[in-house]
Design a protein around this ligand. Structure first.
Ligand SMILES: Cc1cc2nc3c(=O)[nH]c(=O)nc-3n(C[C@H](O)[C@H](O)[C@H](O)COP(=O)(O)OP(=O)(O)OC[C@H]3O[C@@H](n4cnc5c(N)ncnc54)[C@H](O)[C@@H]3O)c2cc1C
Length: 403
């Protein structure tokens, strides 16, 4: 059995694990990342909505606080990642152009108004607008839409571009090993490393567990589960494609469209999402899911009939029992960065700030300090350790997440 020694061992090379690895490298640590297929988890499917407002459901004020704190960090996060990767400004696709929310029929409008009332209570800044105003903002909005809202606080980024930028930074300065961790190594109640599936042992000063929905298979204190979802990629002429995120309800079913930047050929990619299931992770796309997404998106934006269907992809969100992430120390030597569920792209900069703090680096600026405080309050993984924590199994409590 061979062995490696490093300061920080990161298990999982999705957007969260690579962000943790990048922050550890910035702090001067030697870093190894284990992942048999980095970037091929939930990050590969994600739409990239940065949506603390529309994703804030009833009873989820903690998640709204986490999301708002993380969104404030996105501009600085994107800029410093692009700089570190030697990419031009804008390469990770951050766009702060707001979001249009649509309601297809009268019942969907009742739901939208209930949500707007909640946003008003929490001071999140969204407001109802008329369907005509919606069409002025996004000309392709269909004639049958019953109502709309403008959500100035929800934005977007490109998860695949961010993942690629992180991978290039980590590959240049750390070590990426294409292997799966099979167990954590413990000594005297502390995590001191891990073993991979080739039998190689890694000894580390700290282990960051960021294996997405699979994290729970390595550590019982990370009660993650797969929440599979499908997204589609369309390619549309810019005249027929929305320039802002459009999301809506169509007879009770959520659907969204996230635009990527316009290309020189006058077309842009659109991500249409997303289904949400409670089943095992198999990466298989169901025909009915593709049908339902296309049916619902055409009800809101009929002009997309002309778009080219490029890709269907199904991956699993890392769900947690209360739908909030697990970010923080869970045992001596073991830092959890998982359970980000339907908001992992939004919550990436907040996770970065928490890792900075865990490694002893002062979070940069008041917003980062505030974010890591919010993470301590609402994302502490030890909340599941208490026998009387009372967290219900989310299988019975989640109502189809949208992102
Ligand atoms: C359909 C869909 C749409 C989404 N839309 C949005 C959105 O619009 N906005 C948003 O904020 N979030 C969205 N999300 C959620 C977001 O994608 C996730 O929360 C985020 O990508 C989680 O990142 P991660 O790095 O923790 O997990 P992942 O990206 O799943 O990465 C985990 C990695 O761990 C690796 N791994 C697993 N087991 C092991 C092991 N034993 N050893 C080593 N490595 C291992 C995997 O290979 C994988 O690369 C969406 C998710 C889905 C599925």
């Amino acid at each position: 059995m061979s062995s490696h020694v490093c300061d920080v061992l990161v298990i999982g090379g999705g957007i969260i694990g690579l962000t943790a690895a990048w922050r550890a490298l910035e702090a001067g640590a030697s870093v190894v990342v284990l992942d048999p297929s980095p970037g091929d988890g939930a990050t590969h499917a994600a739409g990239g909505m940065l949506a603390p407002v529309m994703e804030a459901g009833f009873g989820e004020q903690g998640q709204a606080r986490l999301g708002t704190a993380s969104l404030a960090l996105w501009p600085e996060f994107a800029e410093s990642l692009e700089r570190a990767a030697g990419l031009p400004p804008g390469a990770v696709g951050l766009e702060t152009a707001g979001t249009l929310a649509l309601a297809y029929d009268r019942d969907d409008l009742v739901e939208l108004r209930r949500l707007l009332a909640l946003h008003h209570e929490w001071d999140l800044g969204s407001a109802e607008i008329s369907p005509e105003d919606a069409r002025r903002r996004v000309p392709g909005v269909g004639p049958r839409v019953a109502g709309a809202a403008w959500v100035p606080g929800d934005h977007r980024a490109d998860p695949r571009a961010a993942q690629a930028a992180l991978a290039s930074v980590v590959a240049a300065r750390g070590t990426l090993v294409p292997r799966a961790a099979v167990s954590l190594n413990w000594a005297d109640g502390a995590v001191v490393g891990a073993l991979d599936d080739s039998g190689t042992a890694y000894a580390a000063g700290a282990v960051v567990l960021a294996a997405g929905h699979a994290s729970g298979s390595l550590f019982a204190g990370a009660p993650t589960r797969p929440v599979p979802g499908t997204t589609l990629r369309l390619d549309a002429n810019v005249d027929r494609a929305p320039a802002v995120v459009v999301r809506g309800m169509v007879q009770g079913r959520p659907v969204y469209v996230v635009p990527r930047p316009v290309r020189p050929d006058g077309r842009r990619e659109l991500v249409v999402g997303a289904t949400s299931d409670e089943r095992e992770d198999d990466h298989l796309t169901r025909a009915g899911d593709v049908f339902a997404l296309l049916r619902d998106v055409r009800a809101l934006l009929p002009e997309l009939d002309d778009a080219v269907l490029l890709e269907t992809v199904t991956r699993s969100r890392p769900g947690s029992p209360d739908n909030a992430p697990l970010v923080g120390w869970a045992a001596d030597g073991l830092f959890l960065a998982t359970g980000h569920h339907r908001n992992g792209i939004l919550l990436t900069p907040l996770t970065a700030a928490a890792v900075d703090q865990a490694l002893g680096a002062a979070p940069e600026g008041p917003e980062a300090a505030a974010a890591s405080e919010v993470a301590t309050r609402f994302a502490d993984p030890r909340r599941f350790a208490a026998a009387d924590s009372g967290f219900a199994d989310a299988r019975s409590t989640t109502r189809g997440g949208t992102a």
